[in-house]
Design a protein around this ligand. Sequence first.
Ligand code: ZN
Length: 327
Amino acid sequence: MQRIVTTLFSALLLLCSSCGAKTGKTSASEAPVKVLGQFNADSAYAYVARQVDFGPRVPGTPEHQACADYLAAQLGRYADSVIVQKGEMAAFNGDVLPLSNIIGVFNPKQSRRIMLMAHWDTRPWADMSVDRPNEPILGANDGASGVGVLLEIARNLALEAPAVGVDIMFVDGEDYGNSGGFSDNAETWCLGTQMWTESMQPYNKDNRPIYAILLDMVGGRDARFHREYFSNSNAQTSTNKVWAEANALGFNDIFIDEIGGSIIDDHVFMAKAGIPTTNIVETMNVETSNFPPTWHTHDDNMDNIDPVSLNAVGTTVLNVVYKEKPY
Ligand SMILES: [Zn+2]
């Protein structure tokens, strides 16, 4: 993903950066909220680590294919069915990328559906790194974290079915974009999502998701998630739900109820295709006031994955899902 506009208020940031420990507990003055599901952060962490164990998952490499097979098999343990959409997309530099979008379908007969998504490919370059910038990154946070959280959500959905239909989509080819410019390069990113929105398989106009939630870079240390700018304007209903749920669950110091940066990511192409999508992504990191410091560097490894962040995101999204009604 790529940031396209900076919206930054340092005074507010300083205020928020001193908010202290992230526990996820409600404060004493609030009634305890019933937490739905049993999101296990250690399990999510293990799913992240397993992906990183493959090495960089760059489209066209054996590691990428091995991880695709692993993700389809894992999702297959939990979902009613798994669909793998395969195709080729041309990257900005002429590389032709073999892509796989992996979709797990829960409650196939339910026509009211929501989608949860994350990209599973990793960036072929460490272009934010001084050290070895032409070598691929491990993408523990940028890629594996969102997928790991969603696999743990899938495990929960298999134990206790949601009331609505849910589709979990792992999209490919998000991070092969051209970082050399601004918004005119937008369509060089998110190639897997652009491939999917052409057909939206397996849906028709009556059962396609009413909204989607995108998880990207959700496992960073001391992560904080502001309302990403385009999500807040294009997907107000679901964005409000996510931040309200996070607040009710006591994750106020992780889900900051303020507008964050505006970025090019899969949610932009989903919205363009008519599916409003909320992006949970770190755009105002405490240290950088931007993406996390590990972004597109070789430090994006398991040493910098924080189960506390995975837990806040996973528990929040799982509770949003379980509260959706089939009407
Ligand atoms: Zn990235």
